[in-house]
Ligand binder design. Structure first.
Ligand code: GLP
Length: 261
């Protein structure tokens, strides 16, 4: 696992966007796993700026959704599909056909979950999966004590996540769906490169557990320790709980140029 400490969220967004642009130079039709929440927004903004100036070729990229609320009507502005159409597909000028995601409105949810896992595999697997982290250490919507081998399935949100996400639903926790579909931790670990971005003091404890704590289902993001190519990009505030911050800074300052992100 590589930990990169950046000055702020904007710098983190630019670093990750440059990494995605590099990937697209080598593999223009890469399958990019995208996340929602506030944290990845600077990545999408930086990527759109690279695309506008001809430094990222988004013409063949395909994108895959990480998770989705269950039961929001199709087209609801806070469904993750709507959020990603608004924040990623539109600004990057992608065609909606290049975008795949789980169906949170399906009548038969277990079948829809299994179908999404199969669709990801049939698409050749995710090349780079962008991840945020919940304050309780969740990735996607894999809440604490999710199986580290889990596949795409239905989960029930914790009270903490419901409260965290209420800001997208007029601050009303009762409007946040209790149930979600999420790529499982086992599914996420199949992506070729995992890039977790965390910014702000509120994420410091979760980041410290994920990076320096034991690999344990109680902190789902700690599963990244088992991945051969995982990059954790944190701003100074989110790095606040890391004991090895000095080492991470030293390693990154001396990183050979050819290694890329
Ligand atoms: C949600 C999403 C996660 C995201 C998390 C953190 O629960 N399902 O993918 O990482 O929120 O969101 P934020 O980046 O807004 O803190």
């Amino acid at each position: 696992m590589e930990v990169v400490i950046v000055p702020d969220a904007k710098a983190g967004g630019e670093l990750v966007a440059r990494g995605i642009a590099d990937l697209l130079r080598h593999k223009p039709h890469a399958l990019l796993g995208v996340a929602t929440g506030s944290t990845p927004l600077p990545v999408y903004e930086a990527l759109a700026a690279l695309a506008r100036t001809g430094r990222a070729d988004m013409s063949q990229v395909r994108i895959a959704q990480l998770d989705e609320y269950v039961g929001l009507p199709s087209g609801h502005p806070e469904s993750y599909r709507s959020v990603l159409l608004r924040e990623v597909v539109g600004p990057l000028g992608l065609s909606p056909e290049a975008f795949m995601g789980p169906d949170g409105t399906a009548v038969d949810l277990p079948t829809a979950c299994a179908a999404y896992d199969s669709a990801l595999a049939e698409a050749g697997g995710v090349d780079l999966q962008l991840l945020g982290i919940g304050t309780d250490g969740h990735i996607g919507f894999n809440e604490p004590c999710s199986s580290l081998a889990s596949r795409t399935r239905i989960k029930t949100l914790t009270q903490q996540t419901l409260a965290d996400n209420a800001r997208f639903f007029d601050g009303d926790v009762d409007q946040v769906p209790q149930h979600v579909i999420t790529q499982g931790i086992g599914t996420i670990l199949e992506a070729r490169h995992l890039v977790l971005l965390a910014t702000g003091k509120g994420k410091a404890e979760a980041v410290a557990s994920a990076v320096e704590g034991p690999v344990a289902a109680v902190c789902p993001a700690s599963a990244l320790q088992m991945h051969p190519h995982a990059t954790v990009v944190v701003d100074e505030a989110a790095a606040g709980g890391l004991r090895l911050a000095g080492y991470f800074r030293h390693a990154y300052a001396n990183k050979p140029e050819w290694q890329g992100l």
